[in-house]
Design a protein. Structure first.
Length: 380
């Protein structure tokens, strides 16, 4: 702190810094294993790191409701094996455990059952075997009045694919199945229904609590059997949209701090791209339209990032497509083959421009990156 104050005075005297230019922004980061092995420490470090950026989020007048905070980690088979056995089912050791983290309408039991029925019907139609539902243990006492009044019923559906698929194919099938579920829910005009994650690889725990209350609200996160190779965490400071449980981050593939200034153009361009969208990887691309459903710029960014992930592209390439590096005026420092790549990518999709610091994953890679102008810097 002493060095900080000293350097701050130097910058102020040279007119390179003014406190009037300070802006609030979200907190985002990731912890990753360098040896590629799952560890309990990664989860614990992720929780501690999130607590360390509590100051980056907004707090309601009740002093306990936040704009949103959360963490994304890998699914831990040992943890969910125990939960599956408690439902009375026998675990198929040869198949990957799939888990859906779901927000349901809390006060309308009829709508709640409709949501469960929609999910179960879609899973059975796509040849999945449902182990059962689990009510996620929570501690509502750490919530403020605002967050508690809007709190959803939080449940997990545990299931497996009856046929054997490669993991990438399984994730793609889960993505398409989730899209079908969401479409049915929209057609039936069900409110307060949201799927945080629906995967055999990763799971998202999030909500409208303060960053330091994540593991207090979700006791699951204290379990030693929860291990992961990465943890992406986020503390939200909402600027363009009103705080809500579903808009808390991380989303399904990324956590984002910033503003997508070109978002209206990006959404309109994506509607144009949808008209020619096709791929033999998906059963029916009509199930994926419209690609962008989120009301926030960060959510829209995640919608497209997720689609590109399941179309077979790796996370680092998707980042370069959507948030490209600054390269056009750096011909002397950027290798020619890199320039050719950036030029090609620029012809395939429009940049999502604006201040951005993102941490993203396709569950094979994890990455952290900032926008081409460095308007939302990250530190390693």
């Amino acid at each position: 702190m002493t060095n900080y104050k000293k350097n701050k005075k130097i910058l102020e005297k040279s007119f390179n810094y003014s406190s009037e230019m300070e802006h609030d922004a979200c907190g985002v980061g990731l912890i990753a294993s360098t040896n590629g092995k799952k560890s309990r420490k990664i989860v614990e470090y992720g929780i501690e790191a999130l607590k360390a950026i509590w100051h980056r989020g907004a707090v309601d007048a009740d002093g306990k409701s936040g704009d949103g905070a959360g963490i994304q980690i890998e699914i831990a088979p040992d943890f969910f094996k125990e939960k599956i056995l408690s439902t009375g089912h026998t675990l198929d050791e040869e198949k990957r455990i799939c888990v859906g983290m779901v927000f349901l309408p809390r006060t309308d039991y009829s709508e709640q059952e409709k949501c469960r029925e929609i999910i179960e019907s879609a899973l059975l139609a796509e040849n999945y075997y449902i182990y059962g539902w689990r009510q996620v243990p929570i501690n509502p006492s750490v919530l403020g009045k605002t967050a508690d009044q809007n709190r959803p019923e939080i449940a997990q559906v545990m299931f497996k694919k009856n046929e054997t698929l490669q993991t990438n194919d399984l994730e793609r099938d889960l993505f398409e199945t989730r899209k079908k579920i969401e479409k049915v829910a929209r057609d039936k005009q069900i409110k307060d229904f949201y799927i945080c994650s629906f995967s055999s690889r990763s799971i998202v725990y999030k909500g409208m609590f303060l960053a330091e209350m994540l593991s207090e609200f979700y006791p699951d996160l204290h379990d030693e059997k929860l291990t992961s190779r990465f943890a992406i965490f986020h503390q939200r400071y909402s600027t363009n949209t009103f705080p809500s449980w579903d808009l808390a981050q991380p989303f399904r593939t990324l956590a984002h701090n910033g503003e997508i200034n070109t978002v209206k153009g990006n959404i309109n361009w994506m509607k144009i791209h949808e008209q020619d969208m096709s791929s033999p990887l998906f059963k029916d691309v009509k199930n994926l339209k419209p690609v962008i459903r989120s009301s926030s710029d960060s959510g829209a960014l995640d919608n497209v990032f997720e689609l590109l992930t399941h179309s077979g592209k790796l996370a680092p390439l998707i980042k370069l497509m959507m948030i490209p590096d600054s390269w056009s005026k750096r011909s002397k420092t950027v290798p020619k083959n890199h320039q050719d790549l950036f030029n090609f990518l620029n012809s395939t999709i429009e940049p999502w421009d604006g201040p951005a610091a993102i941490c993203a994953t396709d569950a094979k890679w994890v990455l952290a990156s900032s926008d081409r102008n460095g308007l939302r810097p990250l530190r390693y």
